[in-house]
Design a protein around this ligand. Structure first.
Ligand code: NA7
Length: 586
C-alpha cells in the first residue's frame, strides 16, 4: 500500500507533498523534530488491519501482517516506537529477562547482527533495539505517532472497525488489533492535596525524555514495586536527599549485573534455533540455555525458578548455606515454595534473615521486611543495591502503614507523624495493568455493546485473544493469556503469528467475521481460574496488580494465564488446526 503524506514541516519550508519513501525517512524525522507531528495522513486505500500501539507487539504485527500481504496502519500515542520502553525512562529502569532471550526470534539476521552490552538490559539499550528493528524493517512508514485512539467501534452494516483519534480523524478496516501493552496506563493515586504541590511531579511510567537534573534536590518517591526498587538506588546517587514512602515492603533479590561476555553471546547466536525451541517449551518462555564454551561451570549455579531442592527437606543450616553460596536470588529456585504455604513461610523467613544482615539499622530493616504476604505472590523484583541504599545518611524510609499520608501539601508530604519538605515528588505507583489500556480505548462491539460493560466483573476473553461480541478485534497478550507471566517477546510473537494466520485463513476461505463462541469463553474463564487456584498468586493474603488489587474498585480476578506457555500455545494451535472450532465464523 502506498501512502501519500501531506504535512507542514516544522523546521523545513513547506508544505511539501511527498510520496513517503525509505530514503526520505531521515529527512522526515529531522524536519518534524523526530515526531512527525502535524502530519495529516491520506491513505491511498483502506488498510486491512488497524493496529493500536507501536511497542514491540505493534511493531511485530506490522512486519508480520505485511509479510502476509496485508496492508496495515498503526497508531501510537508516543512520538516513536518502543511502548513500555519508550515511556519508562526513569533512572535504573531495566528488564528482568536476560537480554539474549528478550529479543525477537522472527529474523535470523536480526538475531545475529544485534549486540547486547549487558546480560540484563537497561532501558536505553532496549529502546535502541526497538529503534533498530523499526529502521531495519521500515516500520515507521505505517505508523502515525503522537496520536491517541479515543474510540473504536464495530460497524455492523459494512463489517468494519471504525477508529477515532484525538486528532479528530477516523479510519476504517475489517480487522483491528489491540497492541496496547499490559503495563501502559500509569496509576496515579488520588491523594488529597495532590494538585497543590508546588515542586516538580514525575511518574516513573511517564518519565520525561530530557534529562532530569536532581542535583542537590530533596526528592520523595512513593511506591516500592519494581519501578521504585529500581529507581531508589539511582535517585539516591543523583539527589541531594531521598525520602522513600513505602506502603508495602517488597521481596527483591539482586539482579545479575554482568557485562555481556562475548563468548557467551556468540554461543547463543550459534544456537539461537535451539534457544527459540527451548523457549517455546518452557513455562515462562525462557530457554535457560546454558552456554558451555569457554565458560567455567559453576557447581553452585542457580537452578531455574521452582526447579531447585525442597526447602522443607533441608535443615536451617543447609538453607542458609544454600543462599550464602548461590546468592539471595536462589531463594526463588526452591521447588516447594509456590504451592505449600508452610514451605513458603520458611523461605520468607530465610529472606528476612538475609536482609537483616544487609541493612545496618535494625529499625529500618524491620520496616523493609515483608511480613503479611509470601514470596511468589507478586512478580519477582530484581534490584541493584536496594537494601544497601538505606545504609546511606541521605536516604530516609517512611513506613506508610505506620504513618499514612494525610495530604500532599504545597511543599511536600504530610503524614500522620510529620511533614516532609520536597522539591520533587515521584510516583512509582504502578499501572492499571492488563485491562487498563483496552478499557481506556473506549471499545464498543455489536449493537454498541461496550467492552467496559462486558468486563464490569473482570475480563472475559477466549485465549486472551478475542472477546465475544467484538468480531474481528484481536488483543495481543490480553488478559487470559500467559502475557506478563511469560517472556513478553515470546508471547507477543506467538500471538501476532496466530492472529496473522487467522486473518489469512479468513481471507482465503472468504470468511468475513470471527468471534469466540459463548461456550468457549466460559470454558476458558473456568480453566484460567482453575489453574490459578492453589498457587501463591491467589492466596487471600496476596494483593498484586495481577489481581487488579492495586486499583481501587477493580474486580479482584487473576488476569494472566498461569498454566504455562506450552500448554497455552497448544490450545491456540489446536484451535487453528481445527478450523477455529471454538469460534463463530460468518
Ligand atoms: P507496582 O508493582 O504496582 O508497585 C506500585 C507501588 O506503589 C507499590 O509499592 C504500591 O504499594 C505503591 N502504591 C500504589 N498506590 C499507593 C498509594 N496510594 N500510596 C502509597 N503507595 C502506593 O508497580 P511498578 O511500576 O513498580 O511495577 C509494575 C511492573 O512493571 C512490575 O511488576 C514489572 O513487571 C514491571 P502497595 O503494594 O499497593 O501497598
Amino acid at each position: 500500500m502506498s501512502i501519500i503524506w501531506t504535512w507542514s514541516l516544522k523546521r523545513c519550508p513547506g508544505p511539501i507533498f511527498v510520496e513517503y519513501h525509505f530514503k526520505f525517512r531521515q529527512l522526515l524525522r529531522y524536519c518534524t523534530g523526530g515526531r512527525y507531528a502535524g502530519l495529516t495522513k491520506k491513505m491511498a486505500e483502506k488498510p486491512d488491519v488497524l493496529i493500536v500501539g507501536a511497542g514491540f507487539a505493534g511493531m511485530y504485527a506490522i512486519h508480520r501482517f505485511r509479510s502476509l500481504g496485508l496492508s496495515v496502519h498503526a497508531f501510537e500515542a508516543g512520538t516513536d516506537v518502543g511502548g513500555t520502553w519508550y515511556w519508562n525512562r526513569y533512572p535504573g529502569a531495566r528488564c528482568d529477562v536476560p537480554s539474549l532471550e528478550y529479543s525477537f526470534g522472527f529474523s535470523e539476521e536480526l538475531e545475529q547482527e544485534w549486540i547486547w552490552p549487558e546480560v540484563f538490559s537497561a532501558q536505553p539499550d532496549i529502546l535502541e533495539y526497538a529503534n533498530h528493528v523499526a529502521e531495519r524493517f521500515d516500520l515507521r512508514r505505517d505508523i502515525t505517532f503522537n496520536t491517541v485512539v479515543t474510540e473504536i467501534s464495530w460497524q455492523e452494516d459494512n463489517h468494519q472497525w471504525r477508529l477515532t483519534t484525538d486528532q479528530g480523524d477516523t479510519f476504517e478496516a475489517p480487522f483491528c488489533v489491540m497492541a496496547t501493552g499490559c503495563l501502559s496506563v500509569p496509576n496515579k493515586p488520588d491523594l488529597p492535596g495532590a494538585d497543590t504541590f508546588k515542586g516538580r511531579v514525575l511518574h516513573t511510567g511517564l518519565w520525561p525524555k530530557e534529562e532530569v537534573d536532581l542535583t542537590g534536590l530533596r526528592v520523595g518517591i512513593i511506591g516500592t514495586g519494581s519501578s521504585g526498587v529500581q529507581a531508589v538506588p539511582e535517585l539516591a546517587r543523583l539527589a541531594g536527599h531521598l525520602t522513600v514512602f513505602q506502603r508495602t515492603p517488597v521481596y527483591t533479590v539482586p539482579a545479575n549485573r554482568k557485562r555481556m561476555n562475548e563468548t557467551v553471546q556468540n554461543e547463543f547466536k550459534d544456537n539461537y534455533r535451539q534457544v527459540r525451541e527451548l523457549q517455546q517449551n518452557n513455562l515462562r518462555g525462557i530457554s535457560n540455555f546454558r552456554p558451555m564454551r569457554n565458560v567455567e561451570v559453576n557447581r553452585n549455579s542457580v537452578a531455574p525458578r521452582g526447579e531447585g531442592p525442597m526447602i522443607k527437606e533441608m535443615t536451617p543450616e543447609e538453607q542458609h548455606r544454600y543462599i550464602k553460596e548461590r546468592g539471595l536470588e536462589s531463594i526463588y529456585s526452591f521447588g516447594d515454595i509456590y504451592f505449600d504455604l508452610e514451605a513458603n513461610e520458611i523461605a520468607n523467613e530465610l529472606f528476612r534473615d538475609t536482609i537483616r544482615t544487609i541493612v545496618r539499622s535494625p529499625t529500618v530493616a524491620e520496616k523493609l521486611l515483608p511480613k503479611d504476604y509470601g514470596l511468589g505472590c507478586k512478580r519477582p523484583v530484581l534490584d541493584r543495591d536496594f537494601y544497601e541504599t538505606f545504609n546511606r545518611d541521605d536516604v530516609e524510609l517512611v513506613d506508610l502503614r505506620a504513618t499514612p499520608i494525610e495530604t500532599i501539601t504545597e511543599q511536600g508530604i504530610q503524614t500522620t507523624e510529620r511533614h516532609y519538605e520536597l522539591d520533587v515528588l515521584i510516583y512509582a505507583t504502578g499501572f492499571d495493568a492488563m485491562t487498563g489500556a483496552l478499557l481506556k480505548s473506549n471499545i464498543s462491539g455489536r449493537d454498541g455493546f461496550k467492552l467496559a460493560e462486558k468486563w464490569q466483573y473482570g475480563p472475559v476473553t477466549y485465549l486472551g485473544l478475542q472477546m465475544r461480541g467484538f468480531p474481528n478485534l484481536f488483543t495481543v497478550t490480553g488478559p487470559g493469556s500467559p502475557s506478563v507471566l511469560c517472556n513478553m517477546l515470546v508471547a507477543i510473537e506467538q500471538h501476532v503469528n496466530w492472529i496473522g494466520d487467522c486473518i489469512d485463513y479468513l481471507r482465503k476461505t472468504g470468511t468475513r467475521v470471527i468471534e469466540p463462541l459463548e461456550a468457549s469463553e466460559e470454558r476458558w474463564i473456568v480453566h484460567v481460574n482453575e489453574v490459578a487456584e492453589g498457587t501463591m498468586y491467589t492466596v487471600p493474603s496476596c494483593n498484586s496488580w495481577y489481581l487488579g488489587a492495586n486499583i481501587e474498585g477493580k474486580p479482584r480476578i487473576f488476569m494472566p494465564y498461569v498454566g504455562g506457555f506450552p500448554r497455552y500455545r497448544f490450545q491456540c494451535e489446536q484451535e487453528a488446526a481445527s478450523g477455529y472450532e471454538g469460534f463463530a465464523l460468518g
